[in-house]
Design a protein around this ligand. Structure first.
Ligand SMILES: [Zn+2]
Length: 314
């Protein structure tokens, strides 16, 4: 399906937007940003996601959600580069059986033509899942995405047990949308992933959106399991704080977990500008050391990025 360019009414961009984002990491003395939660997917799928947000689908919580970075794929990747994002992901996820393998094939191709994208894969509870997860890992997948809300499945489903086991053994991180924001799903919340972690305690599970709105329950899990991490996606922004405010009493726990919090943004599907996520993190007042770790160093270490940007392919 080809969509005319006129279907992409990109919102006017402030002229100094890229300069503002670059100033953020330059002032921290960082070589750039690492964003573990960005969405790239087959064009047809992404258009459907945008249409879903435009139509205020039930999983948006019925909240107005204007997509800020509605642009062609190459333009979106170029913008991340211009922001100074050294490495990003192509989070994608199936909502039904028979889709994951196709998405993984697309994502492998995208990573090949986009060297600063960390090769991303996904899965669904279905026969053969462990096979295509193993193939993806062997093919060089660096990170996986699982979406419990959109997928509507129990992450502790037996059909996924071998997948979690494979990823735990390979040490490949998996970003999981398991919190109940912006709208709860049948299997969202801390309990189902807690059952997964009880069986696979070394799994490098990255709780997306800081587990919003069940922030404290997911902090519990991160404190209990040394390999559990949290991504900041949409957390602390004005948009999320209105909907699901982070409890101030938990801020010190977030400070203590500073080596396991990773910058994520949900670019391009965000209802505000990229810099707002960064400013929201800075506004927590947890200090420059915390920001350096969260916005770059933790993910650089997790994914083994070279110390000097440009020295070697990501
Ligand atoms: Zn996302």
């Amino acid at each position: 399906m080809s969509v005319p360019r006129t279907a992409l009414p990109t919102r006017p961009r402030p002229r100094d937007e890229t300069a503002g984002v670059r100033r953020f990491w330059q002032e921290l003395g960082l070589p750039g940003l690492v964003d573990v939660h960005t969405h790239f997917m087959p064009e047809r799928v992404l258009r459907k996601v945008w249409a879903y947000f435009d139509g205020l689908g039930p999983l948006t919580g019925g909240i107005e959600w204007p997509i800020t970075y509605r642009a062609e794929e190459a333009e979106r990747a170029a913008l991340l580069r211009a922001f100074g994002v050294r490495a990003f992901t192509s989070m994608l996820y199936p909502h039904k059986p028979g889709m994951a393998r196709w998405l993984n094939d697309w994502a492998a191709g995208f990573a090949r033509r986009t060297p600063d994208c960390l090769h991303t894969s996904t899965f669904f509870p279905e026969p053969g899942a462990a096979d295509y997860v193993r193939e993806a890992v062997e093919d060089g997948a660096r990170v996986f995405k699982a979406h419990v809300q959109v997928g509507g499945y129990d992450p502790a489903d037996e059909a996924l047990d071998a997948c979690w086991g494979l990823l735990a053994e390979a040490g490949v991180p998996v970003v999981v949308h398991c919190g109940s924001g912006p709208a709860p799903g049948k299997h969202t919340g801390p309990e189902p992933v807690a059952r997964v972690l009880a069986r696979h305690p070394r799994l490098r599970l990255v709780v997306a959106h800081l587990g919003m709105p069940e922030y404290e329950d997911f902090l519990d899990l991160a404190e209990r399991y040394a390999e559990v991490r949290l991504d900041t996606t949409m957390a602390f922004t004005d948009f999320s704080e209105r909907m699901a405010p982070f409890p101030g009493r938990a801020l010190s726990r977030l400070a203590d977990l500073g080596d396991r919090v990773l910058l994520g943004t949900d670019f391009p599907n965000i209802p505000y500008r990229y810099a707002h996520q960064l400013d929201a993190l800075a506004g927590l007042g947890l200090g420059e050391g915390w920001l350096r770790a969260v916005c770059h160093d933790n993910a650089a270490r997790l994914f083994g990025l070279p110390d000097t940007p440009g020295a070697a392919p990501v």
